[in-house]
Each structure stands twice: as C-alpha cells, then as structure tokens.
Design a binder for this molecule. Structure first.
Ligand code: PMP
Length: 453
C-alpha cells in the first residue's frame, strides 16, 4: 500500500527527471510496485494498462520470464566485462553482430552506450572525429529539427529543440542550428505532404547556405518526432532529407531511440523509410527497458575513416559500462522475442490502436489523431475549427493524466494538451480496446471540467 513515509522520503531525497521540483513536492510521488505484461500495479494496488510502455521503452512488456532468466544467467556467469583494453564478452559480440545483420545497408559497426542521450552524444564525438580525420575539422556545425528530441546530455540537449531542456542551462551552443518541423497539424505551409517535404528541403538547403556549406557536419532527424508530440512526417520526408544530405555532402543521423525495435512495425523505421543513414542511434526497445543500454550504428565508410585517422592511437571515447554483458544478454533475448511473434503482434495491435484512436476523432476535444504502429498521439483542442489549444493555465496535461490514471490507464500527457501512446507490443486486442475506452471516458470527464474549456 501507499506508504506516507515513502512519499516523504521521496520528497526529501529523490530528484525526479524533467519535473517541476516544487510541483512534485506538492503533489508527492506515485509509487509503482509491480508489473506484468502491459499492466502496472501501483503501491495502493490499483492496476493500470501502461499505454506508454514506461517511457516508450518496455516494448516486450513487463516481467517476461525469459528475459529475467537471460539476465540472471549472465549475472551468474560473467556479471561484468569491460570492452576497454581489447577485452570483450560473448553476448556483446553476438548482439553487435546480430544487430548489424539486421540494420539497413552498410551500418555494420555497433557502439554500445547506456541509453539514448549518450548514443546521440557519441555520434557528435564520432562525427567530429570523422571530419577531422577527413582533413575537414572546420565541419563543426550541426543541424536538427524544431520540436525534435535528441536527449539530455550537455551537448545533445542542444540538438534537442524543446525549450525546457535549454532554459537556464546556457544551451543550445552557437554551433547547433534548427530548421522548422514538418508538424502537419500546425504547419504554416498547410498539411499537403508534398508542400511539407518541399518546405523542409528548402529550409535545410537555406540553413546550410547560411552557415556555410563547408562548415556543416551533420543533420539529425527522428523518423517520427516523439517527445515533440509524436509528429509524423509525410511518407517520403526522411528519404528526401537523407538524399539532400548526401547531395550537400553532410552526414545524416537517424535518431531511432523511440522508433527502433518495432515501435512503428519493423526493427528499424529507417528500413520502412527506405533509407540508409550514416548513423542510427537506438536505446529503449533494444533492451525493452529491463536494463539500460543504447547503441550507435555506424556505416562502414565512417568506421574506416575513423580507424585510419586514429592509426595506432586510441579513439578516446568510452564508458565503463559500454557493451555491458548483462545488458547485451538481455538485448539478445529481447531480439529473439521480437522475431518470435512480438513484432508481428505489435503490427496487429498497432493497426487496432490507430483505428481505435481514429474513432475518437468525433470527440469534441480531439483536434488531430496521428501515429504509425504502436506510436501515436491525439491533440486536444477546445475549438476544432480554430485549432485552439486547451488553456495552459488549467494544466490540462496534468488533469488528463490524473483522470486517465483514475480510469486505469497510463498515458503520456504533453504540456500542450497532446496525449501520447506507445503501448507494449505484446498488448492484446482487449487491452488496446481498453486503452481506447479509458481514453474516451477520460476525455468525456475532461469535457465536463469547466476549467479546461
Ligand atoms: N533520442 C530520442 C529520439 C529520444 O526519444 C530519447 C529519449 N526519449 C533520447 C534520444 C534520449 O534517450 P535517453 O533518455 O535514453 O537518454
């Protein structure tokens, strides 16, 4: 049961990520106690469907015995091995090789990290190293997309384009640039896919011209912008941007920390977008959140240039927990699950989720429904014609999150009144239907709330 002492201890000692510290002190923590499949149970015994898979990461669902076994077995056999000094462990080597086999094109080299932020961070370091090795060290300017999220590391947070990650931190740095998002629901060029793609191409070309074409190192994009509110680009957007980067002679990084590992269907969204980026960053679904791990996929030509550039010297980039054997053992088992029905189930469940969310379009508060597979959002408005957002002063996100919680559903409620969905890929049809029903109920209750209208 909920223990007051736990709430007090939390208030006194645990700093929560991306939270209003004062707000959290006031509200107190919600403690999760256990979870199985797609259902989480809080410390008071309330059971909820986790419509957000933790933090878009528990793709395989909670408490999968074979994953637990794989971790325990590896801990017993070899609980730690560094990948420094030319050492290694079998699970890390096998996972790198299995992943390289499945990654698009020539992305044959895998660098393991602890999560997504340091995966992005690692690409920034590798890209600088690459251009230096190519004799173009002046290529030190990076471009990303407004509303994008590329982690919370000191430099990666500057590629992220969400104000909360910048304010008070002295970032972005002057070498970090942005182009407008493809955000179709609120795009000055309208919602025509071809017009959106053309606008992004023009924006990138102009930005590169403005910075100086010989100074630009790389462009970063998510196949679907996650933390910016699940913004789905038109089909062809990623491909067009990838091709433009090749024409401009700059590197292209696909940040698949959310979209990787079945979220939108296949193991990599890059595959369905028919692109081969220079780098792919992943995390989350790689280990399904059971243990921390991220991975950078590096194309052959990048790897060879870096290797030649370093010669006999060490490429000085590494972490104590790079290629951790327990995380790798978990990754191997999670990969096995993906390929033994989980991806397939995710595709079926995703179609049902999109259809179910689509049925909410008739709700007076629903302005937009978007997504692909098991990654989706609905955007709430008080006036559909004007697309007027819910009043920020009423903290609609928190209110709706609370309502959904009361109704037995965990969702992501973004501050601007966007509700995000990323359920575990193991969800049954009944669970998907319950997500939709509980959402509708929460929206109906919100409609009755005079403060939100
Ligand atoms: N890139 C993207 C696209 C992400 O969505 C995230 C996390 N939500 C990150 C990077 C950072 O990953 P992590 O939180 O594991 O550091």
């Amino acid at each position: 049961m909920y223990s007051n002492s736990l709430i007090e201890l939390d208030r006194a000692h645990l700093i929560h990520p991306v939270a209003s510290y004062r707000g959290h002190e006031k509200l107190g923590v919600r403690v999760l106690a256990s979870a199985k499949g797609a259902t989480v149970t809080d410390a008071s015994g309330r059971q909820l469907i986790d419509g957000f898979a933790g933090l878009w990461c528990v793709n395989a669902g909670y408490g999968q015995e074979t994953i637990v076994e794989a971790a325990a077995k590896q801990m017993r056999e070899l609980s730690y091995a560094t990948a420094y000094f030319g050492l290694g462990s079998e699970p890390a080597i096998r996972l790198a090789s299995e992943l390289a086999e499945r990654a698009p094109g020539n992305l044959n080299h895998v660098y393991f990290t602890l999560g997504g932020s340091d995966a992005v961070d690692s690409t920034i370091r590798f890209i600088r190293y690459y251009w230096t090795a190519r004799g173009e060290p002046q290529r030190d300017q990076f471009i990303s997309v407004e509303q994008g999220y590329h982690g919370s590391s000191t430099v990666g947070a500057g590629l992220t384009a969400l104000p909360a990650f910048h304010t008070g931190f002295g970032i972005p740095f002057d070498w970090q640039h942005k182009i407008p998002s493809h955000y179709a629901y609120r795009n000055p060029v309208g919602d025509d896919p071809q017009a959106i793609i053309a606008a992004s191409l023009t924006a990138l070309r102009r930005k590169v011209e403005e910075i100086g074409p010989e100074r630009v190192a790389a462009f970063y994009a998510e196949p679907i912008q996650g933390s910016g509110g699940v913004l789905v680009p038109p089909r062809g957007w990623m491909k067009a941007m990838r091709e433009l980067c090749r024409d401009l002679g700059i590197l292209f990084v696909a940040d698949e920390v959310i979209t990787g590992f079945g979220r939108t269907g296949p193991l990599f969204a890059s595959t369905e977008n028919e692109i081969v980026p220079d780098f792919i960053t992943t995390a989350k679904g790689l280990t399904s959140g059971y243990v921390p791990m991220g991975a950078v996929f590096m194309a052959d030509h990048i790897y060879q240039t870096i290797a030649d550039g370093a010669g006999a010297s060490a490429v000085g980039h590494g972490y104590t927990y790079s290629a951790h054997p327990v995380s790798a053992a978990v990754g191997l088992e999670v990969l096995r699950l993906y390929e033994n029905g989980l991806l397939e189930n995710g595709v079926k469940a995703g179609a049902r989720l999109m259809e179910g969310l689509g049925s909410l379009r008739d709700h007076p508060l629903v302005g937009d429904v978007r997504g692909r597979g098991m990654l989706a959002a609905i955007e709430l408005v008080v006036d559909k014609a004007q697309k007027t957002p819910l009043p920020a002063a009423a903290e609609p996100a928190r209110r709706i999150f609370d309502r959904a919680w009361e109704n037995g559903l965990v969702i992501r409620a973004f501050a601007n009144g966007v509700l995000g969905y990323a359920p575990p890929l193991c969800c049954s049809e009944t669970e998907i239907d319950a997500i939709i029903e509980r959402t509708r109920q929460s929206l109906d209750e919100t409609l009755e709330d005079p403060d939100v209208r």
